[in-house]
Design a binder for this molecule. Structure first.
Ligand code: ADE
Ligand code: ZN
Length: 321
């Protein structure tokens, strides 16, 4: 039932799909020395205490991605796994600054990922779009430069987002970046309320004018915010296993998903960084089913929420329902 449920993934970092085996293969191919003795040693690093402890490993492992081929191999591997999970449409995040900051050309990462995405419908039966996410713990001026270059390259992106270390890096710092994106007709989303306070969710809505919030689970701490999100049908792209592995919640049993649904929030289920959290989209759905006893209609409703929340024309939504 879980794998046949048609699914839409709206919160997936392509860099977070880099599996340990592929890290080892790409290191070999590119002649890169890794600071791990072997695959088992690498696997032992996947214990996280918070968002930053995960980001440290996530960024370090990116050193193995060098060529366009590396980026397209990474993307194809994700699409193959997503197909097995029953994903029919995916709006994929990529962090360009995680690559340009280590000397990789913007065109290399964008072209590599988008070449694989271009074949996705025919190869895997998955429609896709690309959203570039800016690193909030780097200067906003750098994000503005990268966005300007993406626009001048006419990069095949539908939108922008904001991610990386949240606390101490409020959305207000990125007002100019998001204004430029909106002026160019790009969709806007932002991570907010993952580790950061409800105030960051308000800022993302009021100042960045985003149409979806990534995570947003701390919104529950602010009743007025919950009312606003419900009334305006603002989708939240929730990532249950990510929240457990990054210790935002202790156990899946403690996840606020049931409370979010009870409040009438437009919740979608997503995998975030499945290679790091050991859970792709089907695993997240299965975990919720087992932990909260969600029945088939409840699971189908979550899938429909994602279809509603996707950046698609109405005619493109119909086949996903
Ligand atoms: N980058 C990749 N995964 C992330 C997450 N869960 N939160 C913030 N930045 C991220
Ligand atoms: Zn994320």
């Amino acid at each position: 039932m879980i794998t046949t449920l048609p699914k839409v993934e709206l919160h997936l970092h392509i860099e977070g799909t880099l599996e340990p085996e592929l890290i080892m293969q790409l290191a070999e191919r590119n002649g890169i020395r890794l600071p791990y003795a072997d695959l088992d040693d690498l696997r032992r690093q996947y214990e996280f205490t918070d968002l930053q402890s995960f980001l440290n490993l996530y960024y370090a492992n990116l050193d193995v991605l060098v060529t366009e081929q590396d980026f397209s191999d990474l993307t194809r591997a994700y699409l193959k796994r997503a197909q097995a999970a029953g994903v029919r449409h995916a709006e994929i995040f990529m962090d360009p600054q995680a690559h340009t900051s280590r000397g990789i050309a913007l065109a290399t990462c964008v072209n590599g990922v988008s070449q694989a995405l271009a074949d996705s419908v025919t190869e895997f039966g998955i429609s896709t779009s690309l959203i570039v996410t800016f690193l909030r713990d780097r200067p906003a001026a750098e994000a503005l430069e990268v966005l300007t270059e993406l626009i001048s390259l006419d990069a095949p992106i539908i939108g922008i987002g904001l991610d990386s270390a949240e606390v101490g890096h409020p959305p207000i710092d990125f007002v100019e970046v998001f204004a430029l994106a909106r002026a160019h007709g790009l969709e806007c989303v932002a991570h907010a309320g993952e580790e950061g306070p409800p105030e960051y969710v308000w800022q993302a809505l009021d100042l960045l004018k985003v149409s979806r919030i990534d995570h947003g689970i701390r919104s529950l701490e602010d009743d007025a915010l919950v009312d606003y999100l419900v009334q305006n049908e603002i989708p939240l792209t929730v990532c249950p296993f990510s929240n457990v592995r990054l210790r935002v919640v202790d156990r899946l049993e403690d996840h606020p998903l049931p409370a979010m649904l009870a409040r009438g929030l437009l919740v979608t289920i997503n995998s975030d960084d499945p290679a790091y959290f050991g859970s792709y989209l089907d695993d997240n759905f299965r975990g919720l089913q087992q932990t909260f006893g969600l029945d088939a209609p409840a699971m189908a409703a979550l899938s429909r929420n994602a279809v509603q929340a996707a950046f698609l024309a109405d005619a493109e939504r119909a086949p996903l329902l």
